[in-house]
Design a protein around this ligand. Structure first.
Ligand SMILES: Nc1ncnc2c1ncn2[C@@H]1O[C@H](COP(=O)(O)OP(=O)(O)OP(=O)(O)O)[C@@H](O)[C@H]1O
Ligand SMILES: O=P(O)(O)O[C@@H]1[C@H](O)[C@H](O)[C@@H](OP(=O)(O)O)[C@H](OP(=O)(O)O)[C@H]1O
Length: 420
């Protein structure tokens, strides 16, 4: 059984034009507990269908529709809340009853959130129906079909925002579970829940799971962000490049705690990945550093724009929501070089040296809305979690986002003050 409940889902009439595949790049979030547990995330990969037009394509020679992400709708209130949020944000009729200024608030949030294409129901291996949100897959190659010769190898970072990561309506047990996850959550204001960094030297990924972020001390967070911005190479900032090549790793922690070094778990996705050997995060060369600073500028501008949007509205609050950062790198197979930024080809308007955003090489979006708090109809109506919860939510998200912005800005200052 496979059906799409929403007519806006971009399928061609008269046939199934997508294959359902494992999601290649899931860095955070729920994962199957064992082989019998069906996947939470899947990729809907289009079959090449020249007669099928791509609604988001800007290029006439790009006939391949982009892949979509299927995210399972979680049981109970979390799934209902997230589905209702996406439906309202992207639904044609979802904004009925909102005032004009509220509609504007919702609409201006859209560029910060993956597009939503409806709900898809499909059978799990035991024949039971499972419902999925169909979302824009922001880790998929932008403009597929025009990049022959480039292998797409995105670097991805998932950051959970907030001084605390539980909603006002969370049970006491849930509050404790969340508080125990990261003792520095309130001080830092966010935590890294996963990271996937493409390593140009080995042409493979270094994967950091949730334990990595939970082990970072506040003074180590900058270095962890620099690993993402530097594509696995050190920007030479944060004071850890030489004496601690991989803060947050099991080995690093054990060394600090005076214990024996542990086994490195590179690429097992267990959160302890760290290249072998001291100084294993190589420092950047000058040209590479300029690219990293340009990427940093782009991300800083986007996070600042999101903070502006958040502070300029009073309709929505986000608990335990993430920002997903993507750096769309590629490996040029023909020339054997990389990583290079993903550049949509065959588009005459693209200039050499244009900033990365013009090339669609970078992305950052909000994800995970299982604990979104919505206020409708102005001040006179109540809000779930109560007034105190609402006020706490505004502070929680804004301060978390501001702290992330300040970390990125500090990274930029430090990166540009280094002697060549
Ligand atoms: N729109 C998207 N495009 C690409 N990848 C995505 C998208 N949404 C989610 N992902 C991937 O899936 C991971 C988990 O996403 P998400 O946080 O939404 O899941 P979750 O199971 O609800 O998380 P949690 O366990 O924190 O509640 C992300 O880290 C990212 O790798
Ligand atoms: O980081 P982990 O260990 O994977 O933990 C999960 C993750 O933090 C989820 O964000 C959380 O769901 P929500 O915050 O969305 O509730 C879930 O909570 P749960 O155990 O209450 O389901 C955790 O199990």
């Amino acid at each position: 059984m496979q059906s799409v409940d929403d007519p806006r889902f971009p399928a061609c009439a008269g046939g199934n034009t997508y294959d359902v595949l494992p999601m290649p790049y899931q860095v955070g979030g729920h994962k199957p507990k064992d082989a019998s547990d069906p996947p939470y995330m899947l990729r809907l990969q289009p079959r090449v269908a020249p007669h099928c037009s791509n609604p988001s394509s800007t290029s006439s020679n790009d006939a391949t529709p982009p892949p979509r992400l299927l995210k399972v709708i979680q049981a109970g209130d979390k799934g209902t809340r997230e589905t209702a949020f996406y439906h309202k944000l992207f639904g044609q009729d979802g904004m009925d009853g909102l005032k004009e200024d509220e509609i504007n608030v919702w609409r201006s949030l859209r560029p910060f959130v993956p597009c939503y294409y409806g709900v898809l129901t499909r059978s799990d291996p035991t024949g039971n129906p499972r419902r999925y949100l169909v979302l824009e897959d922001i880790s998929a190659p932008p403009n597929p079909g025009v990049n022959n010769g480039l292998s797409h190898c995105p670097t991805i970072l998932d950051i959970k925002i907030g001084l605390r990561t539980y909603a006002p309506w969370a049970t006491l047990q849930k509050q404790k579970r969340e508080r125990d996850k990261y003792i520095h959550q309130e001080a830092v204001g966010f935590r890294i829940v996963g990271m996937r960094v493409y390593d140009a030297d080995t042409k493979s990924y270094v994967v950091e799971g949730k334990e990595y972020g939970r082990n970072l001390r506040p003074e180590e967070v900058l270095f962890a962000l620099a690993r993402f911005l530097g594509r696995g190479r050190s920007l030479g900032v944060g004071g850890h490049a030489r004496n601690d090549p991989c803060p947050g790793s099991l080995r690093s922690r054990q060394a600090k705690d005076g214990r024996q070094g542990g086994e490195s778990e590179r690429q097992k996705g267990k959160g302890e990945a760290c290249p072998e050997g001291e100084g294993a995060v190589p420092e950047m060369e000058r040209g590479e550093q300029e690219g990293a600073v340009r990427r940093l500028d782009w991300f800083i501008a986007r996070v600042a724009a999101l903070l502006d949007w958040f502070q300029g509205q009073a309709c929505l609050c986000f608990w335990s929501s993430s920002l997903l950062f993507v750096d769309h790198q590629a490996w040029d197979r023909a020339w054997g070089r990389g990583p290079v930024s993903w550049e949509p080809r065959g588009q005459g308007a693209r200039k050499e040296g244009a900033p990365p955003e013009e090339k669609g090489a970078l992305d950052v979006r909000m994800i995970d809305f299982a604990h979104v708090q919505v206020r409708e109809g102005g001040d006179e109506e109540g809000v779930e979690g109560g007034e105190d919860g609402w006020e706490a939510g505004r502070k929680n998200y804004a301060q978390g986002l501001r702290s992330l912005l300040e970390h990125l800005q500090r990274l930029r200052r430090e990166a540009t003050s280094i002697d060549p």
